[in-house]
Ligand binder design. Structure first.
Ligand code: HEC
Length: 100
């Protein structure tokens, strides 16, 4: 009886350990998930700071409205490939000053 009890305890300890391991696994994985989903967001942000902050300061996306951003991206982004231009517009529009 005593040995069974300690086996149960051992089992409980084992399950507990596994749960902790699973949790930390989920935690680590969970941490990487939002990073992944914002990855394109992050790369757009990087694209913006690499393409649009060489001549002047990095202008905050919230400083202009979506329409204005579109104009400026076309004005200053002539040499930027279309795909990247769209990514930039998407990023800037998403964070742009909201028109009331
Ligand atoms: C070749 C240099 C150069 C690059 C690269 C450049 N700009 Fe500019 N930008 C300027 C100059 C010069 C001005 C000031 C004259 C004007 O307002 O047109 C300016 C002004 C601006 C303004 C208005 C001023 C302000 O403070 O709000 C915005 C918005 C802007 N740029 C956005 C962009 C964006 C978006 C990109 C990337 C697609 C970009 N710029 C890349 C030279 C550049």
């Amino acid at each position: 009886m005593k040995s069974k009890n300690s086996k149960q305890k051992l089992f409980a300890a084992f399950v507990g350990t596994m749960l902790v391991a699973l949790q930390s696994c989920l935690f680590i994985h969970g941490c990487s998930l939002p990073a992944q989903s914002t990855d394109s967001e992050l790369s757009k942000q990087r694209l913006y700071s690499s393409k649009c902050a060489s001549c002047h300061r990095l202008i905050g996306p919230q400083e202009h409205t979506a329409n204005v951003w579109r104009e400026y991206v076309y004005k200053y982004g002539e040499a930027i490939p279309v795909q990247q231009k769209y990514a930039l517009i998407e990023y800037l529009e998403h964070h742009s000053e909201k028109t009331p």
